[in-house]
Design a protein around this ligand. Structure first.
Ligand code: PMP
Length: 421
């Protein structure tokens, strides 16, 4: 395995089992899972509905896939996603991952608009293939600057920059929109293909544009026919509590949405849902033959049904609020916490040096070790690597939310005492 593969923790964890919202490592230690394998688990571990759906599919003997043949599981899942998307005359193409989903969406947009110029947001993460990496604005995950696209990065989640500091939401929003108009004016009219944006930035550290900004961007771009791609790889399926797809909370119906991660509850599945005319673009050929394999479709259909049947969006809003309110309440006692933020079950704690407010990535790394010791898994992210991220399965119970909160606060308090703050 390559040496650059970032395994987290001083002694990497090998997960060998899971039940409910907990996992077990090879040493037999159990953990409450507040990162869900980077959000790839949506409804907990060892869920009978998913296991039985996969076993039923395996029992048919149909374990191959090919874009040559009709697969009933794909049609069923596509119909559900098209309906939930709110996109008119929507069509769906399945991939194996979020990267491929974004690559497909960018190909569709470039084809439809006959242009390779795109906008993306600063601090974004969309994957690591050539197109996806080109629209990613995070040095930690960029491994080359060779791009098939011409990309311009927009403001939206960078209020900490000196030019925006102290601004109200409205003033910041106006400044961002003015910048977009200015950038549009520098490009040949009608030449930009799309804007790709995460409604809540995942790898960026659960940073969010102020309410209404993405809608304002949508409106300005629509004047020139520029397409809007919402990357819902982390924000889809009710995770934000506020809406089933993150962008819907802003009142925007995009031209395309990309999805992946939790939909298969661990099985590899991703895809694009797009306006039918874009998806039907004459030469927009699917990215590979392997997306939408029957086992993944069985898992995804069962997972999506489970999310809808149990209204996990509503549950994410409740458990997310328990966590956010608890963190906000404790924050004044915790000088190393620079910010707490989030929406639904996407919650972040930004760790800083108490004296200067500068990012403290070493504190985030230490926090991960400390919470691991106490039996809780979390993630991290942010441009400086100083943001702790929490995104448990949507099935998290209220008691588990309080249990996890207790561990987080204990870890922060212990670290504060050690640092003498
Ligand atoms: N988009 C977003 C918003 C993501 O968070 C990720 C994965 N972290 C991707 C795309 C890429 O997905 P994958 O790792 O499945 O290729």
């Amino acid at each position: 395995m390559p040496g650059w593969m970032p395994l987290y923790y001083d002694a990497p964890i090998e997960i060998v089992g899971g039940k409910g919202n907990r996992v077990v490592d090879a040493g037999g230690r159990g953990y409450l899972d507040f990162f869900a394998g980077i959000l790839t688990n949506m409804i907990g571990y060892d869920v009978p509905e998913v296991r039985e759906a996969v076993e039923r599919q395996l029992a048919t003997g149909v374990v191959h896939t090919s874009t040559m043949y009709l697969l009933r599981g794909q049609v069923e899942l596509a119909e559900k996603i098209a309906r939930l998307s709110g996109i008119e005359n929507a069509k769906v193409f399945f991939t194996n991952s979020g990267t491929e989903a974004n690559e497909t969406a960018l190909l569709l947009a470039a084809h439809a608009r006959r242009s390779g110029e795109v906008f993306a947001l600063r601090q974004s993460y969309h994957g690591r293939s050539f197109g996806a990496i080109a629209v990613t604005a995070n040095r930690a995950w960029k491994n080359n600057a060779l791009s098939p696209l011409t990309v311009r990065f927009l403001h939206g989640t960078d209020r900490h920059l000196p030019q925006f500091r102290g601004m109200s939401d409205a003033a910041y929003l106006d400044a961002c929109v003015a910048d977009l108009r200015h950038q549009l004016a520098t490009v040949v009219a009608g030449d930009v293909a799309a804007l790709i944006a995460e409604p809540v930035q995942g790898v960026g550290g659960f940073t969010m544009p102020p309410a209404g900004l993405l809608r304002a961007y949508r409106e300005v771009l629509a004047e020139e026919g520029v397409l809007f791609i919402s990357d819902e790889v982390q924000t889809g399926w009710g995770r934000t509590g506020a809406a089933f797809f993150g962008i819907h909370a802003d009142g925007v119906t995009p031209d395309m949405m990309t999805f992946a991660k939790g939909l298969g509850n661990g099985f590899a599945v991703g895809g694009v849902v797009a306006r039918g005319d874009l998806m039907d673009g004459p030469r927009a050929i699917g990215l590979s033959t392997f997306g939408g394999n029957p086992i993944a479709m069985a898992a995804a259909n069962a997972t999506l049904d489970y999310v809808l049947d149990h209204d996990l969006q509503a549950r994410a809003a409740v458990t997310g609020e328990i966590l956010l309110a608890g963190l906000r309440e404790a924050r004044p006692r915790l000088p190393m916490v620079g910010d707490v933020r989030g929406r639904g079950l996407m919650l972040a704690i930004e760790l800083v040096h108490p004296a200067t407010g500068a990012p403290a990535p070493e504190t985030a790394a230490r926090f991960m070790e400390e919470t691991r010791r106490l039996g809780l898994l979390v993630g991290k992210g942010g441009l400086a690597g100083n943001v702790v991220r929490m995104a448990p399965p949507l099935t998290l119970t209220e008691d588990e939310a309080r249990e996890g909160l207790g561990i987080i606060l204990t870890a922060l308090e212990t670290m504060g005492e050690e640092a003498g703050t």
